[in-house]
Design a protein around this ligand. Structure first.
Ligand code: 2P0
Length: 325
C-alpha cells in the first residue's frame, strides 16, 4: 500500500483570496492559474498495519510540528473518505525553492492527495482528486491538472462542487512566466491568515468580490483566442486589486518591498517601449512576469539589470499530476 506522485506548482492569473469555509477550504471566489514546469513536490506515502503512528519527513528530515499538524489533519480527511484507520509514512521532497516566492503548499498537497489516495487504491477521477486536494490547501486543487486551470468556487455547503478543471492543455498555448526573486524575503503574514484578516476587516473586499467574476470571464476569453495582450491587462489588474483589498485590512497587510515596486515600474516601461510584458504578485514581495516566448530573453536580461533582482527563473506551462511506479 504505497505510491509516489509528483505535482507541479501553479501561479494564479485570477487570484483566490478569501474563504467562506475555513475547515473545508471553500473559496469566496473562483480563480484561474497556470501550472508551471519548473517547481514541484515529489511525495511517497505508505500505509501499513504495522505502523503505530503517522510519520512525515520533509526534504529528508523530520518535519516541524506545524507542518506535521497540517499534513496529519489532511491525512485524517483522506482516511475518513477511504474508511480506514491505517497509519502512514510520508516522505516529501519540495523542489520549490522557498526564495522562489511560490507557495509549496499547492504542489505539496496536490502530491500528497494523489500519493495517499493511490496508496489506498481509491480509484478517483481527477475531479474527485481535486476536491480532496483542496482540503489540504486551496490552491492545491488546481495543481492536479496541467496547463490553464480554473477552480470553480461552487455553491454547495459541503464543498462537493468546489473543484478545479483544465480549460486548456499545457501544449496548447506556450507563454513564459519569469519568476523574479528579490534580495530579501522578510517574515510575512501567511496566506491563510492574510485572507482571513482581509475578508473580516477590509472595506474594499466587497469591491474585489464584485469584479472578480468579470475578470475571470475576460481571462477565459483571452485564453480562448490566445490573445496575450488582453490576458496580461486583466491579470495585472486582478493582482493589483487583490493587494488593494489587503491594504485596507486592519491591521493593513503589505507584502511588497521597494524592489517589488521597481519591477512594477520596469514592466510598465517595457510596455511603453513596445514589449508586451505583464506582472502578477502573490502573498509575498516577489513578482512573476508574463511575456511571450519570443520576448523571453529580452525581458529576462532587462529584469536582471535591476539592483534588487537576485535571480530570474524562466518557467512555462507544465503538466498535471504524475505517478511514479
Ligand atoms: C492563489 N494564493 O490563487 C492565491 C493568490 C496567494 C495569493 O492560494 O489557506 O496556500 O492553504 O488555502 O492556497 C496561497 O494560499 O492558502 C494562494 P490556503 P494557499 O494562488
Amino acid at each position: 500500500m504505497k505510491a509516489t506522485a509528483v505535482a507541479n506548482t501553479n501561479i494564479a492569473l485570477i487570484k483566490y483570496w478569501g474563504k467562506r469555509d475555513e475547515t473545508l477550504f471553500l473559496p469566496m471566489n473562483s480563480s484561474l492559474s497556470i501550472t508551471l514546469d519548473r517547481f514541484f513536490t515529489l511525495t511517497t506515502v505508505e500505509f501499513n498495519e504495522s505502523f503505530n503512528k503517522d510519520i512525515f519527513f520533509l526534504n529528508n528530515i523530520p518535519a516541524s510540528e506545524k507542518e506535521e499538524n497540517k499534513v496529519f489533519n489532511f491525512l485524517n480527511k483522506v482516511r475518513q473518505f477511504a474508511g480506514t484507520s491505517l497509519y502512514a509514512r510520508i516522505y516529501s521532497e519540495n523542489r520549490v525553492p522557498t526564495a522562489a516566492g511560490f507557495a509549496s503548499s499547492a504542489s505539496g498537497f496536490a502530491a500528497l492527495a494523489a500519493a495517499s489516495t493511490r496508496a489506498l487504491d481509491l480509484q478517483l477521477s481527477e475531479k474527485e482528486l481535486s476536491t480532496i486536494a483542496r482540503q489540504g490547501s486551496g490552491s492545491a486543487c488546481r495543481s492536479i491538472y496541467g496547463g490553464f486551470v480554473e477552480w470553480q468556487m461552487g455553491m454547495q455547503i459541503d464543498g462537493s462542487d468546489s473543484f478545479a478543471k483544465q480549460i486548456l492543455s499545457e501544449e496548447a498555448w506556450d507563454i513564459s512566466v519569469l519568476s523574479v526573486l528579490l534580495a530579501t524575503e522578510q517574515k510575512k503574514v501567511s496566506s491563510t491568515e492574510g485572507m482571513k484578516r482581509t475578508v473580516e476587516t477590509s472595506p474594499f473586499y466587497p469591491g474585489w468580490l464584485s469584479t472578480v467574476e468579470k475578470d475571470l470571464i475576460e481571462v477565459k476569453e483571452a485564453i480562448r483566442y490566445r490573445d496575450f495582450e488582453r490576458l496580461g491587462i486583466v491579470v495585472e489588474s486582478n493582482s493589483m486589486k487583490m493587494h488593494a483589498t489587503m491594504l485596507g485590512a486592519n491591521p493593513p497587510i503589505l507584502y511588497w518591498q521597494s524592489g517589488t515596486i521597481d519591477v512594477i515600474h520596469h514592466i510598465h516601461k517595457l510596455r511603453l517601449s513596445g514589449t508586451y510584458a505583464y506582472f502578477t504578485i502573490d502573498a509575498g514581495p516577489n513578482v512573476k512576469v508574463l511575456c511571450l516566448p519570443k520576448d523571453e530573453k529580452k525581458v529576462y536580461e532587462s529584469l536582471l539589470s535591476l539592483a534588487d533582482v537576485q535571480e530570474v527563473i524562466i518557467c512555462h506551462p507544465g503538466s498535471g499530476i504524475k505517478y511514479l511506479e
